[in-house]
Structures are given as C-alpha cells and as structure tokens.
Design a protein around this ligand. Structure first.
Ligand SMILES: [Zn+2]
Length: 517
C-alpha cells in the first residue's frame, strides 16, 4: 500500500504542475510574428510552458478561444507617480492591457529616487512600475529655477545626483528641455550628464525643446545628446504642434533614419491623438517663466513685460499650440477652481477673440495656473510617425481618479485605440506589429530582458483580448471611460483582471534599471 502511494506521487505532482493555463488562444509572442495557436502555462511568476497543454493540470484555467494572447504592454512614458497611490489598481491602464508603466518623464522625477521607491514598495499595486531620473529635477535640486548656465561645480553635483539615481534603480535620464528649468540648460550640460547615465547602462528620453516651429532643431538636439553622450536616445511623444508646422514629420523621420544609418541608436514613442496636454503656461514665452509662478505674476504686473508676454501668447494661440482658435484649448484642471475643468479658453472669455483669450490665459496663470488639452496636431503626422519602424506606443497619460477632472483621454485609451483604430479600422499597422511596439520594443529599450515576449522563462505579464472588439471609449468630452475588449490581464503570474473583473491581487513590482545596487 505504502509502496503504491509512493509510486503514484510523482504522477500526481506532474498532473498538477501549473498555477495557470491560458488555453486555445492565438499567441502573439511580442516579437512581431503572426499568431500561432497554442496554450501557455504559468508557474509562480514565470511562463513555464507554451504548447499543447490539453492534458496538463492547473489551479486556474482561462479559455482564450478566438482571443489574442500577448505580452503585457509596457508604457514607456507615464505620469502615474501620484495616481498609483490613490488608485493602486491603475484600472485605466489594466483595461487597455498595460502591465508596466515607466514614470519620471519630461525631465521630472523624485530626486533622490530611493525614498520614493521605498514608499512605493510598501504600497500593494497591480502593475509594475519603473522610473527615469529627470534632468530638470536634478537641475532644480542643485541650482533652483534660475536661467543661467551651470558652473563646473554645479555640473559635477548634477552628475553625482544622476549617478546616484542610476544606482537607486532609474532606467535612464529623461529631459524636458521645453520646461522650466530644463529649458535653461544648454545641450552640452545635458550631454555631460547623459555620459554618466549611458556609462551605467541607461538611455535618454527627451520631451524636446520645441515641438512647434523649431521642431527640427529639437530632433537634431535629441539625436546629438545620444551621439555625443554615447547612449541610446528617444524622442518621446513625438508629434508636430501647430498647423503651420504640420507635415514636418517627413523631415524629422528622415533625420532619425540618417542618424541610425551612421550608428546613433535613436527611437521614438507616440500617443495616437490629435491633441496634447500640459500646463497653460506652455502658451507663455520661456523667459517669462523663470523663477516659478510668483516671479511670473510679478512680470504680469509690470506693464512692459505683460505686453511682451501677451504678444507671445497671442502668437501661440494663433500659430502654435492653440491651433488658431481659443476653443482648441480646454482646461483639464485648475487647483484654485475645480469647476473650470472641461471648459475651453473660448468658453471662459466673453466676446472671445484671440487677444481676449490671451488675457484669460494670463488671468488663469496669475491664480496659480491650470493644466489643459491643446487640439493642434494633424492626423497625417500621427500616421506617418506610427508607420516608422522606430516608433513604439506610449500614453503620456497618468492614473486618474475615476470621474475627477477632465483629463486627456490618452490615460484610458492609448493602447486600445491603436489596436482598434490604427490596426483594425485604418490598417496602419498589423496586429502583430502593433503588439511588438507595445511590448518587446519598449522592453528592449529598457533592458528588461525577462519581459515583453511570450517565451518559457520570461516573467508572466500576459494579456488576453478580443482583436475584433478592442476599442478605446474615452473621448475629450467624456474622458472617464475605460477601454473595452480586454478579458484577462496577468501580472507576474497573477490575474489582476479576470473575465473582465478587477481582482484583489496586487502583484505589481518595482522594476529597477541596469545599475541598481
Ligand atoms: Zn512630455
């Protein structure tokens, strides 16, 4: 009797060997290959097998008949660092298939990073989380918000902070050369800091100095930082703002191709919307923003400065970010008056003219400023940039509290929108290529060698969705709408979305960069 049991034991163990099997799906492996029919099994946090697992046993079995099974999507540009503590499920991201977000973009991150990571590590979250270190935040820590070049001593301090952030686990250096105080740095300063980050295995991602009439210079500078800083470089949320500049992506993509041909590792990421989103201060001339908002308000009270600022804002509304009409600028949120969310600059300006709308923008900034959505991007540029083999998908979104404020719909819809509109409806990308640009491509950029592909041995971040129905629902008018079509989302082997329902599991981890100590 005892002997018989002992003999049977290995068979029983073998039959119950997996925690999860996703069966009968169309497997898109993330490398860009067409789907193949197979089952996929998970043990612990790892993909254990891919093949015919009809007779295998698992604690949980998900039927994916007729559905796509793909690696979890990696959002290489996210602003979720405050939202993740308010909404640790990051449900907006889960419901569009995102299993990892990368924070600290646009030159802005916590400095130092370690205390932030410590706090996050104590918070159970549903998705994985990584971060850049921001050049602007490093500069602010060393020099404040001043408009001048760094001294050699200051530059050394900035390099030391960048090095520390890499050891704390940053994936690379983000710059926001459009924003205060990154805009006060010359290219040489960024290159010197980039050299430190590159030597430690990191890469550079840039919100460029200009995305309007000087966009070509912005692209050249981003390439130069990679070329002279000896590190991979990425144009983030690549877009062309302002009607007069539409079509410039022909030239920007040519510059990227030429750089790659001579050996510069430059790539692009993009979100699929014809509007951007940032502070209302983006309408202001750069010189007027030095020293923070108190200094801005003082300038607005000095008649000469005010006249110059107003002229620049009028130009911005007419030719740049405003797309020629104050109704193209719509408030996301104003700290001093939540009721303004969703109203356009035209709504807020009686007998509106561009001139009067500029006055409104100045009044909003005087009260503390607002964030806004700007409708001034051309669909042609979006499609051209998307077709580039160098472009990955990233949201530039955040983790909104459901129903609060009037955020850009990209937070809820980016990845589902690419799959629904640009794959299924417009045929700009094939499904397998779109998935590649959401999974293995960002994983490769981030040096996440164990994610972004479906292979035995890789971490089990897996999404199951219906290519026939996947769609974004969030609009500029009604942004708080989850995407549809995702049935199951698995993070580190645990379902966080199961049969369309958010589960109590919080398996998300902090993913550290290559120099983490
Ligand atoms: Zn940005």
């Amino acid at each position: 009797m005892k002997i018989a049991l002992l003999l049977l034991l290995p068979l029983v163990l073998k039959a119950q060997q997996y925690d999860l099997i996703i069966s009968n799906g169309k497997i898109f492996d993330g490398a860009g290959n067409p789907w193949f029919a197979s089952d996929i099994a998970v043990r612990g946090d790892t993909i254990a097998a891919i093949g015919n697992l009809r007779d295998a046993r698992a604690t949980l079995r998900i039927d994916a008949h007729g559905l796509a099974v793909a690696p979890g999507f990696i959002d290489i540009h996210s602003h979720g660092r405050s939202g993740i503590f308010k909404v640790p499920t990051a449900e907006n991201y889960l419901r569009e298939g995102v299993t990892t977000i990368i924070e600290g973009p646009d030159g802005s991150s916590p400095v130092p990073l370690a205390p932030f990571f410590d706090k996050l590590a104590k918070t159970p979250i549903s998705i994985n989380f990584a971060s850049f270190v921001g050049h602007g935040s490093i500069r602010a820590a060393v020099m404040g918000l001043v408009n001048r070049q760094a001294t050699p001593e200051e530059l050394e301090k900035m390099k030391a902070l960048a090095s520390q952030a890499m050891r704390d686990g940053a994936v690379g250096l983000s710059t926001g050369l459009f924003y205060v105080p990154g805009n006060y740095a010359n290219t040489e300063e960024v290159i010197e800091i980039a050299k430190v980050v590159g030597a430690m295995g990191g890469f550079h991602e840039s919100h460029m100095r200009d995305e309007t009439d000087k966009i070509i210079d912005g692209v050249k500078e981003t390439i130069r930082i990679g070329e002279e800083g000896h590190l991979p470089t990425q144009i983030t949320h690549h877009k062309v703002i302002g009607k007069a500049n539409w079509g410039a992506s022909v030239e920007t993509l040519k510059l990227v191709e030429e750089a790659r041909a001579r050996g510069v590792d430059v790539t692009i990421d993009q979100y699929p919307y014809t509007a951007s989103s940032t502070g209302i201060s983006a309408l202001f001339p750069q010189w007027s923003l030095e020293g923070g908002n108190k200094a801005v308000v003082e300038r607005l009270h000095a008649p000469d400065a005010r006249a110059k600022i107003k002229a620049a804002i009028v130009y911005s509304i007419a030719e740049g970010r405003g797309g020629g009409d104050p109704k193209n600028i719509v408030i996301v949120s104003c700290g001093f008056d939540p009721s303004l969310a969703g109203k356009s600059l035209a709504d807020l300006t009686p007998n509106v003219t561009i001139d009067k709308a500029a006055e409104t923008a100045m009044a909003l900034q005087e009260k503390g400023g607002c964030s806004a959505v700007y409708h001034a991007i051309d669909e042609g540029d979006i499609e051209r940039i998307m077709r580039s083999p160098c472009t990955m998908i990233a949201s530039d979104g955040d983790i909104p509290v459901f129903g609060k404020e009037a955020p850009h719909p990209r937070s809820y819809g980016t990845f589902a929108r690419v799959l629904g509109v640009y794959v299924r409806e417009k045929h700009i990308l094939t499904l397998q290529d779109a998935i590649r640009r959401m999974s293995s491509m960002p994983a490769q950029r981030l040096k996440f060698q164990d994610r972004g592909l479906l292979r035995p041995g890789m971490k089990a971040d897996i999404v199951v969705f219906d290519p026939a129905t996947v769609a974004d629902k969030a609009t500029f008018e009604k942004p708080h709408q989850y995407s549809v079509g995702f049935q199951d989302v698995v993070v580190n082997g645990q379902p966080v979305l199961q049969d369309g329902q958010v589960t109590p599991a919080r398996p998300g981890r902090i993913l550290y960069g290559p120099a983490k100590q």
